[in-house]
Design a protein around this ligand. Structure first.
Ligand code: SAH
Ligand code: TYD
Ligand code: ZN
Length: 409
């Protein structure tokens, strides 16, 4: 039964609009011999705040269960994303970091994909990253990393040790943090008077428009919009002054927050807010239609996979993404339909996927021999992966995509 919850931003009532049911932790790849009875499950459901419009999960998974020493997501696995973050680092150097001895703090620096370029440029920096193995990779690259969860107390410590930050940055991390009140309080404390808090995350508008329901899983607690971020910033003495749409990870927005009144908001903010009103982004009918769209994709994808199995075709998964946990567990896709998933991450290989226990194998297994079809779970990296696996297509292989609709290419 849907029940209301309390908004983690404003305390208002969050009304549920879609229930994904029982789900495992999206990045908990298991050793094949591990006891399935020990696997952790929770109810994944999304709701929207009736007051501030923030879309969020109805229940929170304890952070230590998700982000720990064996967290297996390594940001630098994609060449496209490496370029994306290098470009941002260059831009920050040319814009926000031109003062005397600037200082940058990154929340969730992971393996150092973004800070690397700033460290090489000699900029004073600190990455805050609780997941041990990925933080070690960043440290090995010469990046200053603190193995900790960023929150209010961390911000105060950093301020005392290193002084105010000219830039606080977070990519695909702020949306992971249900205790966001503590983060924004910390940002308000640590940010220099003329500093900028820049963060980028999957955009609610894109998720709704493209029915990219697999962006919803335990780690993605919030689905931000310009409207909800603007309201959130205001509660903490901050102000949304810029937005930029990004093509990465299926469509994101990069938000810039500053101390309230410090800068004039850009025309891009006004435009995105107006677009969100036009598309009725957080209105009940839009959210309801999204749910209907998800169920349609679920039906079409499971029918397609069953038909292909009946025809004796081989289908292999590509990209053991966190997103794939939502797809496989919502749709009931197990090794009977997709016998294995190829993935380039050593920490995932030799393990089985959360919930449905599909084995994960290295990309070399893909060509041995090529399957008839490949279900592209890492659809956000389609261009990079399809270019890399051109020989698959040349062998007659076809890709199956399911966002924004189920189709074969
Ligand atoms: N910025 C990278 C990593 C995103 S994955 C990128 O865009 O690719 C999210 C990261 O946030 C994980 O590495 C996780 O360990 C980290 N994280 C989660 N909660 C955090 C917190 N409270 N403070 C800092 N990092 C956090
Ligand atoms: P990604 O879609 O970035 O994130 P999430 O796990 O949050 O949904 O994950 C991409 C996965 O795909 C990651 O496990 C690495 C893998 N991958 C490949 O196997 N080959 C590739 O060429 C690329 C770009 C990614
Ligand atoms: Zn709210």
């Amino acid at each position: 039964m849907p029940s209301d919850s309390q908004c983690r931003v404003c305390g208002g009532t969050v009304r549920e609009f879609f229930d994904f049911g029982r789900q495992p932790l999206s990045d908990a790849f298991l050793a094949p011999e591990s006891d399935p009875g020990q696997e952790f499950f929770y109810r994944l459901a999304t709701g929207a705040c009736q007051d501030c419009t923030m879309v969020q999960l109805m229940a929170e998974v304890p952070r230590e269960r998700m982000f720990h020493d064996a967290y297996p997501y390594y940001s630098s696995g994609s060449a496209y994303m490496r370029t994306h973050f290098e470009e941002l680092a260059k831009r920050l150097l040319a814009t926000e970091l031109t003062g005397d001895d600037p200082f940058v703090v990154e929340i969730g620096c992971n393996d150092g994909i973004m800070l690397r370029a700033l460290a090489e440029a000699g900029v004073r920096h600190l990455g805050v990253e609780p997941s041990g193995a990925v933080a070690d990779v960043a440290a090995a690259r010469g990046i200053r990393v603190r193995k900790a969860f960023f929150e209010d107390s961390t911000a105060r410590q950093i301020l005392a040790e290193s002084g105010p930050a000219d830039v606080i940055y977070a990519a695909n991390t702020l949306c992971h943090i249900p205790y966001i009140a503590s983060i924004l309080t910390g940002v308000k404390t640590l940010l220099a008077p003329s500093g900028a808090f820049v963060f980028e995350d999957p955009y609610l508008g894109e998720i709704i428009e493209r029915t990219s329901f697999d962006q919803i899983y335990d780690e993605h607690f919030f689905l931000f919009s310009a409207r909800s971020v603007q309201a959130m910033a205001a509660r903490y003495g901050l102000e949304l002054v810029d937005v930029e749409r990004l093509p990465v990870h299926g469509g994101e927005v990069r938000y810039t927050l500053v101390h309230a009144g410090a800068r004039t908001p850009s025309g891009a903010v006004r435009k995105l807010l107006a677009d969100e009103l036009t598309m009725k982004l957080a209105e009940p009918e839009t959210l309801h239609a999204f749910g209907t769209g998800v169920l349609k994709i679920k039906d079409e994808l499971t029918s397609l996979l069953r038909e292909l199995r009946a025809e004796g075709k081989r289908v292999v998964g590509y990209g053991a993404t966190a997103k794939s946990a939502t797809v496989t567990n919502l749709c009931g896709i197990g090794p009977d339909l997709v016998p294995f998933i190829c993935d380039s991450t050593p920490a995932k290989q030799g393990r089985v996927s959360p919930g449905r226990h599909i084995p994960v194998r290295p990309p070399e297994a893909f060509a041995d021999p090529y399957p008839d079809y490949s279900l592209l779970f890492a659809w956000n990296h389609a261009e990079e992966i399809m270019a890399k696996e051109q020989a698959f297509q040349e062998s007659g292989g076809k890709w199956i995509l399911y966002v924004p609709e189920v189709r074969i290419v």
